[in-house]
Ligand binder design. Structure first.
Ligand code: ZN
Length: 99
């Protein structure tokens, strides 16, 4: 029962084949954004060295979703438009075009 403690903290036993070990890898992640297929190279994932199962890093997924979702993480700034104070543009020299 103590064999699993030999694993480095960066590796997890595969819960699909129960034989391999999920190892950190960088893969190309594919996801759909609406009708567009997005590919993200060098995406952090865990890949089983036996069955090839991929587990994506959950935090990386959330981070990616925040990047891809235009509505995510957008603060509601309804009254953000602050009007500039009334400008005293009285003595602005204007070029006169006299013909
Ligand atoms: Zn596996």
């Amino acid at each position: 029962m103590s064999e699993n403690k030999e694993l480095p903290p960066e590796s997890f036993p595969c819960n699909q084949c129960h034989a391999g070990i999920l190892q950190p890898r960088y893969v190309t992640y594919f996801t759909w954004l609406g009708n567009e297929l997005i590919t993200v190279p060098y995406f952090p994932a865990w890949v089983c060295d036996v069955c090839g199962r991929r587990e994506y890093d959950e935090q990386a997924i959330q981070w990616l979703n925040m990047l891809l979702d235009p509505n995510a993480g957008k603060p509601t700034k309804a009254n953000r438009r602050t009007q500039p104070p009334t400008r005293p543009h009285s003595s602005a020299p204007r070029p006169h075009l006299d013909s």
